[in-house]
Design a protein around this ligand. Sequence first.
Ligand SMILES: *Cc1c(COP(=O)(O)O)cnc(C)c1O
Length: 369
Amino acid sequence: MNHGAALSIVPLNDLSRGIARDRERLTAAVNTVLDSAYVVLGPQHSAFEQSLAAYLGVAAAVGVASGTDALELALKVAMPEGKNTVLTAANAGGYTSTAARRAGYGLRYADVDPASLCLTESAVLDSLTKDVGVVVVTHLYGNLTDVRGLKDLCLARGIRLVEDCAQAIGARRIEGAAGSFGDLATISFYPTKNLGALGDGGAVVTDSLDFAAQLKQLRQYGWESKYRVAVEGGINSRLDELQAAFLLARLPLLDALNERRRQIVTRYVEAARGGQLEVLPADGAHHVAHLAVVLASDREVARDHFSSHGVATDIHFPVPDHHQPGFRPGPQTLTVTERVSRQVFSLPCFPEMTEEEIDRVCSAIGSFS
Ligand SMILES: *Cc1c(COP(=O)(O)O)cnc(C)c1O
């Protein structure tokens, strides 16, 4: 082995760096929880719910055990009487489909816009059936897509709109933050998300105090009070006190870390200018650059190039939901979704990347032809 010349790989992500940076505040959070001896639904949990709601400018946040649980519970409270189907995009990793199936609902997919890779009003209109009661729009890769048209369309038809903000926490437009547009919105605190816990976690946010009250019952067995099951469909899905304390400690860092992510993607976009690769831009407060995503006409050749330059890549996401046998999808043709699922791949993008690592990714982008 030639240790001196060994080229380290630029990793897709490295959680150890954020933990090292935040070590003092995370340790203090642990100590606060140990001192209080509350381990579920305690004071750190309440404080985090309040801070998160204030940060997003919504009336209420309800902590749950994961982003997928957040979707399941949001769908249950959102689904109007007499409807049973969820309409969503098929290019967003399958989480909404998992949640809809667990909640017992049918699924339909709409194609995505070729520029934003998110749902649009016209695509939703094309795929709408009478049994659709909820539309879930995923702000994919960190891009808070403009949902105003979609919101009007849903409102006019008695359909509820849920925003999946698992990749977009902190994204903002003039009209409000990601999560403040839909009837409900869901967030994941999985460790690689922009606001990551040290384990699983999630939240549902809403401006409706009625929805929030229902969610608080559903996350704890359907209880209205201890051992009294008032509503159907309850599960056990709580955000642990420790995770809430970690998230409360990290929330103040989020905006600066999101800005750093945007800078990294902007460097990649500049490096790709005039070349064969298209790096999706993250050019403003509406985009929190959860992932740095590239479109390539021959993805395998492109990924081999990065691999030979010591740059890790991955695919988000390789198989669209309507081609996943586990979701038992009906037959649907989604032209943009299918093309993009063959072209997308992700480059390293996390706020703790060094300048040297960013330079190495940029030079690999520049040398691809
Ligand atoms: C990560 C993610 C989820 C699910 O979150 P978990 O906490 O892992 O259950 C949902 N939707 C999207 C778009 C995600 O990226």
